[in-house]
Design a binder for this molecule. Sequence first.
Ligand code: XMP
Ligand code: MG
Length: 181
Amino acid sequence: MNPDILKVLYSQDDIHAITARLGAELKRDYAGKNPLVVCILKGAIMFMTDLVREIDDYMELDFMDVSSYGDATESSGEVKIIKDLDASVKDRNVLIVEDIVDTGRTLKYLTDIFKTRQAKSVRICALMDKPEGRVVDVQADYVGTTVPNEFVVGYGLDYAERYRNLPYIGVLKPEVYAAKS
Ligand code: XMP
Ligand code: MG
């Protein structure tokens, strides 16, 4: 295990069970709908690639990069588009794939944008939900698991751009944050 990790919250097997369950739900709900699946970079990259491989139906994949965080572990409250979609969402069934819903600001911002751009439907699939962090009223339509109000890393999620490559999700040792600040 990576020496900076205090404890593993979700192992590779745990994560696979989650993506398999969500994939089956999505396969059922999006049958015949040719969804535009939007991966929110960079945190959702691992989740999205595992999730869509559970669904052997027609869909299109696109990527969007938004930022609200920088290197801090608390939301700045601002959301900005770093990379927009290639595809048009007009009249499409958009499925946003996100790593974690915390304050809810990112997803509120994205759902509002896609509705303004006249998407036919907009739903959210989030690997993790941190309900205690919520500032804005948003609810993911599909949730992998609910997590406590702790900062988590691994499986796409970073602290200062590190740990995205870890195949599990865990919590960092407190001294790792101390060393940075
Ligand atoms: P909001 O607050 O807009 O945040 O719901 C969503 C984005 O914040 C990041 N985030 C985290 N990233 N560990 C991370 O690595 C966490 O525990 C965490 N909580 C929120 C994440 O990028 C998400 O897209
Ligand atoms: Mg992040």
